[in-house]
Design a protein around this ligand. Structure first.
Ligand SMILES: Nc1ncnc2c1ncn2[C@@H]1O[C@H](COP(=O)(O)OP(=O)(O)OP(=O)(O)O)[C@@H](O)[C@H]1O
Length: 672
């Protein structure tokens, strides 16, 4: 029984369409006749079995019934339905064909069962020749069926091949939604995951200066003359590491290799400044020719000034020159202090340059007398803040000035440096002056992507933070808080905040207080209000003041002439003001790093200090969680009863009226 029509190629005579067709018809008719004959033969055999079976078993109808239940009607064998066999329409082949194949397969299966049933009956009849005939027919049928099934299966497999290439070993695309995407376990680089540990507690880990290896006698005496008899943990760890990298002179590091860059993450007020000043001064003490070999970059003028002062203090008596490029003086004045022209040749007048990024880039680009081709140490203080301000591209300008100077002096051409590259025999001779980067911060990021911008060479990390999870670098970064710091938060309302700060100064006698606001306008308004209220020596510190005014204000605050310094975050980082007992966050800081640097203005050098943060109701939970996640030892709730503020209310209301007029007057002045 043909399932589908096959156009056969019949050779040359196939040209004549009509004969071809008649031949095909004849062939088909012949096949159909054959099939009919076969079918009749098998039917007749079945009838004989039937009749035999009926006689011997006296109408055993169970088999019949079972058959019937199976949906196979045995009577069907009496009057088989004539199935029209016609070649299927090719269009329907795909749908109808599948259905038909399935039905045929099902039918085949049923027929199989049916045949199985007959087999049982024949066993009872023990009629050998009949049996043999049946078996022959059955084999014939089976053969046909097998052929049929095989044909169907072949077709099916062809079809399957057409529909699902999976059997041919190709992967099925798509189905992504089913796959569980493996989360990549990010792991910190080894140098970040396993830092050299710095003890957090300063007072119980002081190291006598004489016990720290490598510090020369001259500097030991200088430290003692400045009242320093013990070194803090960060100094005891970092100073020897930097001195080790210059133990064979400035040109090569230990074992003849380029010295490793050093990163230091230690709490605020833990003495990081001296940790780089002492070893760098000692490394340059024996220099013969004055060249810029140390460049320290800091984020603000005040910080640059403060670090410049420490450098100058320890460079005294060593003929080392320290120059500030922070905008305190005019560009021309700074230019004159950097170099001079003798006999047509520019000579450097600075060994150590302390700069802010803006001024540094100005001198690199506009000052021909400023050369960094001899630079040996690049110190980046408040490094996380400096990384964030990389958009000023000051680092790439420094790198360019070091490796591709505009003007190469003859002396240096022998040691002309090439940018760091893989070490080869050629790159090792002649030895080149290495550029070693020293990074310092109380909140140094441990995000490898951010640190990667600095192009560090085999960095070594000294850190007082140990509990960073190495498997999940994304987790909240943790920092170490100064040992002597006690943190509080004060629930309050917006209108009560000014009364609170007045209460702290006038009633609780906390003084001097460094008070931080989130904007310079807020600092100015609070300063005006406290000033109008009276009874408090207050000053403001923000970019509203000129650099000289800011410098004078810090000095007076340090001298105790100012009880309340109201500042923006300009004074938050690194500013070292002795004697600050209490820091108040009048406005809660948005970021944890800002909080750490603000409260780090107190409890410095192992001393104790208090930090209060005024929190509105909506800010409480988020802020407290942020501080806890950052590793704070604990922030306590400090409630100020409204009754304590009552007595100041009348005067406060009067002051608010005056404040309104004052602010209007200032705005009018600005418009003039
Ligand atoms: N060994 C020491 N003995 C006594 N006082 C020290 C010692 N080292 C530093 N100090 C003092 O401790 C204070 C804080 O030092 P420094 O400013 O270097 O801290 P820091 O870690 O840089 O702080 P920040 O992270 O806020 O910049 C300074 O007043 C400094 O003079």
């Amino acid at each position: 029984m043909a399932l589908f029509f096959i156009n056969r190629y019949l050779g040359d005579e196939g040209d004549d369409g009509s004969s071809n067709e008649s031949r095909a018809k004849a062939l088909l008719a012949k096949l159909q006749r054959k099939a009919k004959v076969k079918e009749q033969q098998s039917l007749s055999c079945q009838e004989e079995y039937q009749s035999k079976t009926t006689v011997e078993n006296d109408g055993d109808t169970s088999v019949k019934k079972k058959r019937k239940n199976k949906g196979v009607n045995l009577d069907e064998t009496k009057h088989p339905k004539k199935r029209k066999v016609s070649p299927p329409d090719p269009e329907e082949l795909s749908e109808g064909d599948n259905a038909r194949k399935k039905k045929d397969r099902k039918k085949m299966q049923l027929t199989e069962e049916d045949k199985g049933g007959m087999k049982q009956t024949s066993v009872h009849n023990k009629n050998r020749n009949l049996q043999e005939a049946a078996a022959a027919d059955k084999t014939e049928l089976l053969k046909n069926d097998d052929e049929m099934v095989e044909k169907i299966q072949t077709d099916q497999s062809i079809q399957d091949t057409e529909t699902s290439p999976s059997q041919t070993g190709f992967t099925i695309l798509g189905g992504f939604e089913k796959k569980i995407i493996q989360k990549v376990q990010r792991v910190l680089p080894k140098w970040l995951a396993e830092p050299d540990v710095i003890q957090r507690d300063i007072t119980s880990n002081l190291v006598p200066i004489s016990d720290v290896p490598g510090i020369c006698t001259k500097l030991q005496r200088k430290l003692e003359s400045n009242g320093i008899h013990h070194l803090f943990p960060v100094q005891a760890e970092v100073i020897p590491a930097i001195l080790e990298s210059v133990s064979h002179g400035l040109l090569i590091g230990r074992g003849g290799y380029k010295p490793r860059d050093i990163c230091v993450s230690a709490p605020t007020g833990s003495g990081k400044t001296l940790a780089f000043v002492i070893p760098v001064i000692q490394a340059l003490m024996e220099r013969v020719v004055c060249e810029v070999r140390v460049l320290a970059v800091l984020p603000t003028k005040e910080l640059a000034q403060q670090v410049g002062k420490v450098f100058s203090s320890y460079a005294e008596g060593n003929s080392l020159k320290v120059v500030m490029l922070a905008g305190q003086k005019s560009f021309a004045t700074e230019q004159a202090s950097l170099s001079e022209n003798r006999g047509g040749i520019s000579h450097s007048l600075a060994d150590i340059v302390v700069a802010t990024p803006g001024r540094l880039v100005d001198h690199i680009n506009k000052n021909d007398g400023f050369s960094l081709e001899h630079l040996r140490f690049l110190i980046i203080d408040e490094a996380d803040r400096m990384i964030d301000s990389m958009h000023q591209s000051w680092l790439s300008q420094v790198t360019k000035a070091v490796y591709r100077p505009r003007r190469v002096s003859e002396a240096v051409s022998i040691f002309k440096r090439t940018e760091p590259a893989p070490i080869t025999a050629a790159s090792l001779s002649p030895p080149q002056m290495p550029l070693q980067k020293l990074l310092f911060s109380a909140t140094l990021t441990q995000n490898p992507e951010k640190l990667q911008q600095l192009g560090l060479h085999q960095p070594r990390l000294f850190s007082s933070v140990h509990s960073r999870s190495t498997t999940n670098p994304e987790s909240q970064e943790r920092f170490n808080f100064p040992q002597g710091l006690t943190e509080y938060y004060v629930p309050c309302t917006l209108s009560k905040k000014p009364l609170l700060i007045l209460h702290f100064i006038l009633r609780l006698k906390f003084s001097p207080i460094l008070c931080f606001t989130n904007s310079r306008e807020a600092a100015h308004r609070l300063y005006l209000l406290v000033h109008l209220f009276g009874g408090v020596q207050a000053a403001e510190f923000s970019s509203r003041l000129s650099p000289n005014e800011r410098k004078r204000t810090l000095k007076e605050f340090e001298q105790g002439k100012i009880q309340l310094l109201i500042s923006t975050d300009a004074a938050a980082r690194g500013i070292d003001i002795n004697g600050v007992k209490c820091v108040v966050n009048y406005d809660a800081p948005q970021f944890i790093r800002t909080y750490i640097h603000r409260v780090g203005r107190t409890a410095r050098a192992g001393k104790s200090g208090l930090a209060f943060t005024f929190l509105l109701g909506v800010q409480e939970n988020k802020f407290i969680q942020m501080v806890k996640d950052a590793g704070s030892p604990g922030i306590h709730k400090q409630i100020v009863k409204p009754g304590n503020l009552k007595s100041m209310e009348p005067c406060y209301q009067q002051t608010l009226l005056e404040l309104g007029n004052t602010i209007k007057g200032e705005k009018a002045k600005k418009r003039v």
